[in-house]
Design a protein. Structure first.
Length: 208
């Protein structure tokens, strides 16, 4: 699939197995989500622009790099919240803008209930954070919102994707790259990824 990047890093595979296990308790689940967010964001940000700067070390002056672009983190509530802390560790100056969507269990379509974006874009690159790319409805809706806002560069960072959700994103937003730890087999009749890991929000917050 073009514009879809699936990590082949051994640490990602190991930590994803921990997430999948039904025996992983919420505290450990949250920790692993944070760790995977760090690993996947590292891969998703390899093309960020930098400018050359001069750095004084204890021994001499040398050339260095300074991150040129302002980054916006856009977690899709509520499951995406668990990924923010990890990404913030990598890029503590990132802005965080929340977009609240829930999936109507009857239609499987997203319903927006929260959006506090400022009037004008304040960042150069938006990273949408959501553990599960299932039907793709929430991801597409978030990309729609960000593009109407004026965002020029958007990337999606998730943990697991279903072929159906990936196809939906590529249909509506083929310019948005997708970064995942794995692509699973399919969606079930209730719109959950199989084999997946269950409901990422419930498992993070202990509400299953």
């Amino acid at each position: 699939m073009s514009n879809v990047h699936v990590s082949n890093h051994p640490l990602v595979a190991h930590k994803l197995s921990l997430l999948r296990s039904v025996d992983t308790e919420p505290k450990k689940f949250r920790e692993v989500v944070r760790e995977l967010a760090i690993l996947l964001t590292y891969e998703a940000t390899q093309d960020l622009a930098t400018r050359q700067i001069e750095v004084q070390t204890p021994l001499a002056k040398t050339s260095g790099a300074h991150l040129e672009q302002k980054i916006g983190l856009v977690p899709i509530l509520r499951a995406g919240l668990g990924m923010v802390e990890g990404v913030w560790e990598l890029m503590p100056s990132s802005e965080v803008w929340h977009i609240g969507l829930y999936r109507d269990e009857r239609t499987l379509r997203p319903v927006e209930y929260y959006n506090k974006l400022p009037l004008e874009p304040t960042v150069s690159v938006c990273l949408i954070l959501d553990p599960m790319l299932a039907t793709g409805g929430s991801a597409v809706a978030t990309m729609d919102v960000l593009k109407r806002w004026g965002a020029k560069k958007i990337k999606f960072v998730g943990l697991i994707g279903a072929p159906e959700g990936i196809a939906e994103v590529q249909k509506h937003h083929p310019d948005v790259p997708i970064y995942l730890a794995a692509i699973d087999e399919r969606l079930n009749e209730n719109g959950y990824i199989v084999p997946g890991l269950g409901d990422a929000g419930d498992r993070q917050f202990g509400t299953a």
